[in-house]
Design a binder for this molecule. Structure first.
Ligand SMILES: [Zn+2]
Length: 280
């Protein structure tokens, strides 16, 4: 009995000091996440911006959801895009992004500018087939079979990463990010494309959208090259970027050819967080 009381007493004291007794019943994942959370809050408190909000684990967003290991049914948040708003036969996006896009689409139409979604949600599986086709040379990159021309895994991954994400790291996994009208920057530099791009720059932020991959010229932004077509719905995507940063490490990105280079490349720091400052 005495030992039990002692144990309870010690636990209570330690508990009061560190609030740690309850965590013994938590799962390993939760414990790890708590540790990361504590490290994160320590890191925040050591910065010169003490007012920065503390990010906490959001249990409503699973690691599978963040890494695109879902489909349009199991996600619980994806909806099918109406045919007149997309160039694809079947396309899904996050429901909140879709509502915002429909409003933006209507406003643009009034101004004589027309948008269609070229790409939205892509699953881990979809991204794996794109990535591995480029990795193994079945799909050429700038006319090259990269499996022959770039033997170094890190260098080959960096080449593919100019425009394609590693499976598990794409914002398209979330359905919050959409590609509009055309997948060439040159299209948006004159005529109709320029008018569309100028409209987006002036108006998309008021509907919640942000261009994540802006020009890297005269900028310290890392990661993907400029994509004038890629717009992110921030009310959801900002929160999910923070959750990804808090809960997933480079070493956990796996399950496809060439995955080992994720750690070498610092995929999270350089690519997932390599977005324009105003989208963070
Ligand atoms: Zn995109």
């Amino acid at each position: 009995m005495n030992i039990n009381f002692d144990t309870i007493f010690i636990c209570l004291v330690i508990g009061l000091l560190f609030s740690g007794c309850e965590t013994s019943t938590a799962t390993t994942q939760e414990t790890n996440e708590t540790k990361i959370e504590q490290q994160n809050s320590l890191a925040v408190s050591n910065t010169t911006q003490p007012m920065k909000k503390q990010i906490e684990v959001d249990p409503t967003v699973s690691l599978e959801r963040l890494m695109g290991k879902v489909n349009e049914k199991s996600s619980g948040d994806l909806v099918r895009v109406d045919k007149h708003l997309t160039t694809k036969e079947k396309l899904y996006v996050h429901k909140d992004c879709y509502e915002a896009f429909k409003k933006m689409h209507a406003a643009a139409k009034d101004a004589g500018v027309h948008f269609k979604i070229v790409s939205g949600f892509r699953s881990f599986k979809d991204q794996k087939s794109i990535w591995e086709a480029k990795w193994n040379g079945r799909r050429k990159v700038e006319g090259q079979d990269l499996s022959k021309t770039i033997p170094s895994p890190k260098e080959r991954a960096l080449k593919i990463l100019e425009y394609s994400s590693m499976p598990g790291t794409s914002r398209h996994h979330w359905g919050t990010d959409i590609d509009l009208n055309n997948l060439e920057n040159s299209y948006f530099e004159s005529g109709r494309g320029l008018k569309e791009y100028e409209w987006l720059i002036a108006n998309a932020p008021s509907f919640g959208f942000c261009q994540t991959y802006t020009s890297k010229v005269n900028s310290d932004r890392t990661g993907y090259e400029e994509e004038k077509w890629h717009w992110s719905y921030l009310p959801i995507a900002k929160h999910w970027t923070e959750q990804y940063d808090l809960r997933i490490d480079d070493s956990e990105i796996s399950g496809f050819d060439g995955a080992a280079s994720a750690v070498d490349i610092q995929i999270k720091e350089k690519y997932i967080l390599g977005i324009h400052q105003s989208c963070l």
